[in-house]
Design a protein around this ligand. Sequence first.
Ligand code: ATP
Length: 344
Amino acid sequence: MTLRLTNTAKTYPDGTRALMPTELTVDTGEVVSLLGPSGCGKTTLLRIIAGLETPDPGGEIWFDDDNVTAQPVERRNVGMVFQSYALFPNMSVRANIGYGLKMQKLPKPEIEARVTEVLEMCQLEKFSHRSIAALSGGQRQRVALARAIAPRPRLLLLDEPLSALDAALREALRDELAILLHKFQITAIFVTHDQDEAMAIADRVAVMSDGSVVQSGTPEELYRNPTSAFVAGFVGNAMHLKGTSDGKSLTLTGGVLPLDRDGAGQDIFVRAEDVQIDPSGPLQGQVETVTFLGTHYRVGIKGIMPDIVTSIFPGQNAPRTGEVVKVSIKPETLMLLPKSGVGK
Ligand code: ATP
């Protein structure tokens, strides 16, 4: 199913403009993540799609050729998974998953068959007769997902479904979820404020800020070609090199960096992997922190802009804290973006 939103905005009764007029299309089988900081309107947008909120007049929500704008939530056939599982704690896993199907008054053999199918999909067969109260957080979240997909919804909406879990479990479940959604070609929207989660799960990420979708693209596109300082900073933590530019070079506290483009009127950003410790580099700073992260060291250098971070991989020598180092940045790796006042 293809979802299409046109001119969809939301002003709450107290006057809060939670969502600016928004256009969004999610293709059949596509998983789109809404990524943005707290309060940017992600949940509002999701609730409008579900039918839990009405958009301001003029906004329309289409499921394929069906204008569902005026349809109540129960007629939209949308599956929902939230951070809080909202399961029935004293009922078994099987009964929880079958609940929606029973409400739809499906014949009993059909309910049994469908529940068995999603139990397998979500690797829950061995827990099927347990009560929810006897499950771990990760298992409960899997039941919530199984319950949402059992009625074969046209669209699956997930609102921070993993944020109540601990880090290791969140990562494992995140990968399982990505596999499951793609394997079964489920059209889905996944809300998160965690960039790693968005990148891992989604085919396409819509980055939101202050009630608007500011850029939408594949994780690679957003990372390589951010169109604003906000996206550069939010996706992949690009660093803002604060200095003065004469068009040919950028003067920073730690030295003068050559430019290959005229950056007049623009903010200049760089990513940690494009910063090199290099004895012939034009910049100089002092190593402040060296953190071992398993695959690489994260090295914080002060005195350059004023602070910069680089990654040192195996095979390279990690500097010591306090050491004075030279640093180079290839001009072609710099990102020149419109001035915005954010992403500092
Ligand atoms: P979070 O990640 O913290 O859940 P979010 O991006 O999902 O945030 P929303 O919950 O959509 O953001 O909220 C967007 C804005 O709308 C916020 O300023 C919020 O305070 C406001 N808001 C949400 N619900 C209501 C409401 N019922 N009445 C008035 N304002 C609201």
